[in-house]
Design a protein around this ligand. Structure first.
Ligand SMILES: Nc1ncnc2c1ncn2[C@@H]1O[C@H](COP(=O)(O)OP(=O)(O)OP(=O)(O)O)[C@@H](O)[C@H]1O
Ligand SMILES: [Mg+2]
Length: 214
């Protein structure tokens, strides 16, 4: 399933006494990287998790393409997310994790796809150990491979450069550029101004749950 944009209208998210989002309107387009910027606690991850359907908005709507709100496994298989938590199984190796997600996403030729990811993200011998033993950057590389493996139309990356070394950041840039070229809708949160500058086609600045004037 392909949609060429995702629109959010009047998004509000309230957690108890905290208003994480206070009415956000935005459009995210295919073949573009939208960078969400803003200080800690400004609602960036909340917005991303709502786009991923991991968090339900208190008010407002998310539209995936023209046909309005879509739900279910078809939509979930069009979304890839790298969140704050790595979303990998700690007792499984990198390959076992990828194989498990390949089954969940019903990926064809899974072994070939996994070989490609292992090569692309340079998952070496360490990848044969259980994921709970990985360093920060190793875990981040596995999480990135997992987010991308089903070529999602909507790719959501929450601080993907966290823990990556210089080479890892370059690999991330190349990867995001390739995803944009493929026509994915890429939404990226980063606190790194250089990364934002290199990758952003458009910027969505958030401040205290609202789109800040730029
Ligand atoms: N599950 C939750 N329960 C209660 N409050 C929450 C929850 N998740 C987020 N919040 C609050 O909502 C606000 C926005 O949080 P969010 O994680 O979206 O910020 P962020 O912009 O991603 O920040 P950071 O740059 O630190 O990652 C914060 O005040 C946070 O404490
Ligand atoms: Mg966050």
């Amino acid at each position: 399933m392909v949609f060429d944009r995702v629109e959010v209208k009047g998004l509000v998210k309230v957690y108890g006494a905290t208003r994480a989002l206070g009415g956000v309107d935005a459009t995210f387009r295919a073949g573009q990287v939208t960078v969400i910027e803003g200080p800690n606690g400004s609602g960036k991850s909340t917005l991303l998790n709502i786009l991923a359907q991991l968090v339900r908005p208190s008010r407002g709507e998310v539209r995936y393409g023209d046909t309005g709100v879509r739900r279910g496994s078809e939509l979930r298989s069009a979304i890839g997310i790298l969140a704050h938590a790595a979303m990998t199984y700690p007792d499984l190796s990198a390959r076992e994790n990828l194989a498990l997600f390949a089954r969940l996403y019903e990926i064809e030729h899974a072994a070939k796809v996994i070989d490609g990811l292992v090569e692309r993200f340079e998952i070496g011998r360490w990848g044969e150990r259980p994921a709970r033993t990985y360093s920060r950057g190793q875990l981040q590389r596995l999480a990135l491979a997992r987010a991308l493996m089903h070529s999602p139309q909507l790719l959501l990356l929450d601080e993907p450069s966290t823990g990556l070394d210089v080479r890892g950041v370059e690999r991330l840039v190349v990867t995001v550029e390739a995803e944009r070229e493929r026509g994915a809708i890429v939404v990226l949160i980063t606190h790194d101004p250089e990364l934002a500058e290199r990758l952003a086609d458009s910027v969505l600045p958030l401040d205290r749950g609202k789109v800040a004037p730029s």
